[in-house]
Design a protein. Sequence first.
Length: 356
Amino acid sequence: MGTQDSQEKVLKTMPARDVRGLVTQDNVEYSIDEQTIVAQGGMAVIRRGECIINGQHIPAIFKEARPNWNNPSSSEYAAVEHKLRNEARFLSALTYSCQNTEHFPRYLGYFTSHSGVSYLAMEVINGDTLDNDLKDGKALKLFDAVVYAYQIAQALVWCHLATNEEGKPNPIFHKDVTPKNIMITRGSYHATLIDFGASFSEGISTGATMPFVTHTHAAPVSVTGAAEDIWQLGVTLFVMVTGVYPFDKSPYSEDRLDYEDLNYDALIEANIPTELINVILKALESSRRYQYKSMADFRDDLGNVLKSLPMDPDFAAWMNSEQSQVPICLQKLFPDNITRPEKTRPVGSKTRPVGA
Ligand SMILES: Nc1ncnc2c1ncn2[C@@H]1O[C@H](COP(=O)(O)OP(=O)(O)OP(=O)(O)O)[C@@H](O)[C@H]1O
Ligand SMILES: [Mg+2]
């Protein structure tokens, strides 16, 4: 402990512990850098470290159950821990049931340390959250916004298609799709959905209620399940392309929100093409009759809009750069735009959980 080096990186190693309902692996050790805090949320602290799986060192992010109020009681701590454990179950279910994990962090384990603190370990996503690009009413380049929304729609399609241990459908609804919970990998067009801390699935709930869900993105109370994720991605896309929120009034009500409540002028002022306006309006439709029937329909329409836009030269260059790892959904959408010889990413990369 004495030297400066060891003080900078005090690592704690602990074995994985079995938790019912979670996939755990033998021969896993976790080392957490206790000195640095990456982020501090209401219920958790985010730290860096690594997982050692069968001798392989994998950089990891650790979400530590830690209420941000003073002297939490044991029942309050238990509630926070319960929420984190269910978040771990969602990430575990996604990691093990999805065809690929390109748009959310891979689950690396859930455990309780010797001192009784619970942690969720997951893959590190290199980049920044999308809200950093939307400060002070700034909008994104239209092409970029649709590229990101398309990938998050793909992530949510996987969530809604998740299955349980028996392979039966067990959809996961994210319930907090906002720019704060979307990470963009630096120097790349890759978008990742994080933070399943408010999610819901039949039989598992993090117990998050309205106050946990980001207020400006909350859907009307009648919009639930897949429709709620569609709505929230619609709000997120609206903010990405205009820099402002679609609704002035809070949608926390039974009332159906009508188009007159929506800031339509913002879409016109931002010169949004009609096809994209129609897609956004269909996502922000509070009647089930008119809203998208599924996230897959929403994703497909976003894909059609993307293909109808003039190809962005930066995006085209990125797709063809040797270093870039183009997500499979974008490869499929633009099969003719990748002209570099090796069209596909390395087999197995991000398509299987580590150690599986
Ligand atoms: N897998 C990851 N890789 C890299 N950074 C991450 C990862 N997961 C979370 N973070 C960072 O930690 C922050 C908080 O994570 P998360 O949203 O899961 O927690 P939270 O408790 O809900 O926090 P908040 O209340 O700020 O939303 C993220 O905004 C991001 O900067
Ligand atoms: Mg969050």
